[in-house]
Design a protein. Sequence first.
Lengths: 263, 177
Amino acid sequence: VTDLDTFRRALKGQDAAGHPSPERDAPAARALDAGQIMARGRRLRWRRRLVAGAGSLCLAAAAAGVVTGLSHLTRPPADLDLHPATSGRSTPVPGDTGGPAPSPEPTSVREGQVIATGIQAGDEELVFYAVRIHNSQLPRIRFGIMAGLRSRAGTLTPAVETNETTGAGTAPGFHAIEAPMNVGSPEVAVPEFGYYAGPAAAITAQQGGRTVAAQLARWSADSSIVIFWFPATIQTGAPVASLAAYSSSGHLLPAGHTAPGHG
Amino acid sequence: MARGDEDFAEFVRGSSAGLLRAAYLLTGDRHQAEDAAQTALVRTYAAWSRVRREDAFAYARRVLVNHVTDRWRRRLQEYATSALPDRPGDADVAEEVAQRQWLIGALGSLTGRERAVIIMRYFFDLPEANVADELRISVGTVKSTSSRALAKLRISADPPGGAPAGLPASPMGSDQR
């Protein structure tokens, strides 16, 4: 193989005339199982609803209910109203209605305060908030984390939702880590995020040979849950590695599920 | 079956071969290729209602390549050539297997980015600008990476006849980025 055309044909498994060569051992000789793929896709759709250009969710993000951008672990003031937003049911994901009816999807009732990140996406700000989950298939999972955008008027648009899918959602350790991704149109870069169950005061990871720190915010509805995100992953688009959580005294905490999922 | 599912099933039938082939070239292993192609299609299905109105294959292709390169970044996977299929048979089959072994070995001499660029450019036949967009790198990086990769492979971009002969003597590299 010495010239580019020949190389192209070799890549494509074509003979000299450009016809497919019978590569009987190559994996391209058959179609994948669409039924199996759709079953996995439904589970994925259920677990992480990607809302691209979806209708907005109109939530009144009252100023008093917002945790400001954090560069370190913060606790919301005790006098803040921590009632879940009763109007916080998300709009359906428009496109998903064209597909099959997946198993019952969790409703996206916001629970607790909206967490501001200070990360701007056009005129909107990237925020995080917890949403309730009720699903018989996940009896030990009660909540997930939503990355969304908040307009200047306080309108929230859900973007990426993630939740634990194995075991208990509050078992000590990392949970529901979502790899960085671009969503929506125009695209918005959502950093790697997830939550930690336990007294994490600092969360770090490795990226490109250096240690990067996550931004943290304690969930207002359950102070044992720490929501985190890695702003550095917005630039790289690559997930971090070697996540570690530390207590306020510097002790390493249990790891849990540290592998990121991908939307 | 819902209309959306029928459309997706048809999409799977039409795109499986290309995605599997690309995944095989990217990973060098049949099993990893199947896993990667399935993952790409699963994610495509999860976003089907949106991407079906756009370019679904482009979406699946982008997911596939980024999925594989993400794994390289995290060093969870080496380019695999040990699982190359062996099959006895006649001369044509032997030649076919030899060519595939060379191809996989040659691709194994490239870094992950080089391999991704080569697959996007010469397997999917994407223009440099599209490769840059899908891999989130500059067009200049696509050009230089492609040129460097072809040089490593000793492949000339000149018309046939003017190309130097030669194959990589030791196609397996260690740099997976």
